[in-house]
Ligand binder design. Structure first.
Ligand SMILES: [Zn+2]
Length: 240
């Protein structure tokens, strides 16, 4: 791949990515990042593998049921690419442990399964000025947006300043159709790789909306909001 080349591949090997959540989105995202040769992956998830996870969480096999997702994820990712160092943390990402979780990483994949988790990652990444890619799922679709804190619209700009994450979670739709998380999580991995090697155009200041039923992909603009409680509108004039 001329636009990546040895230089890009070498750069990936020296980069470090945190994947918050090793479920439907974190599975394809982490697997592609490992396969692409990102040198260090930190995987955080508090849960154990359940039978119902297996229809969409490709990191796991039937034999893994009952085991720590983070530990199983490490085994799968290391098997995909033994050159990748995988740190597995069986814990929930919270504002209290965010500083440790974000330490020494270059990019964050936000792959939690709740708005509470999404907002926790978004707030912590803003404070640390760490770029991240948000992924969300509906029953038959999903959405993706990349955020460069202090430079582009953030997740709270997208959701609005008044919204309560717990209220969003209370109305969350049923689990997504099996292949949909693969589409969304793979897109998040693509954003990470592009950022890490500095190619292409990122999904910033716009939201990708995937509708698997109609099979359409469209983007809508997201403006930095002066009312945003996280970024306060940052600097929308900066081009990326
Ligand atoms: Zn904002």
């Amino acid at each position: 791949m001329p636009r990546v080349g040895e230089q890009g591949q070498s750069a990936l090997l020296n980069r470090r990515v945190l994947v918050v959540g090793a479920g439907g989105l974190g599975s394809p995202a982490a697997m592609y990042l490992a396969a692409a040769g990102v040198g260090f992956l930190r995987i955080i998830d508090p849960d154990s593998v359940e039978l119902s996870n297996l229809q969409r969480q490709l990191l796991y096999r039937t034999k893994d049921i009952g085991e720590s997702k983070a530990a199983c994820a490490r085994a799968t990712l290391t098997a995909i690419n033994p050159d990748v160092t995988v740190e597995a943390l069986t814990m929930r990402f919270t504002p209290e442990n965010a500083c440790d979780c974000l330490q020494d990483v270059d990019f964050v994949i936000e792959a939690t399964d709740s708005a509470v988790g999404t907002f926790a990652v978004a707030g912590a990444c803003h404070d640390a000025r760490l770029p991240y890619c948000y992924g969300g799922l509906t029953e038959f679709g999903g959405q993706v947006m990349t955020v460069l804190p202090g430079r582009t619209a953030c997740i709270r700009c997208l959701f609005g300043s008044d919204v309560q994450p717990a209220a969003i979670d209370a109305e969350s739709p049923p689990g997504p159709l099996s292949p949909v998380p693969g589409i969304v999580g793979s897109t998040q991995a693509a954003e990470a790789v592009k950022f890490l090697i500095g190619i292409g155009t990122l999904l910033v200041n716009r939201l990708l909306i995937v509708d698997a039923l109609g099979m359409s992909f469209r983007t809508v603009p997201v403006r930095p909001s002066a009312d945003c409680p996280v970024c306060g509108g940052c600097s929308p004039a900066i081009s990326v």
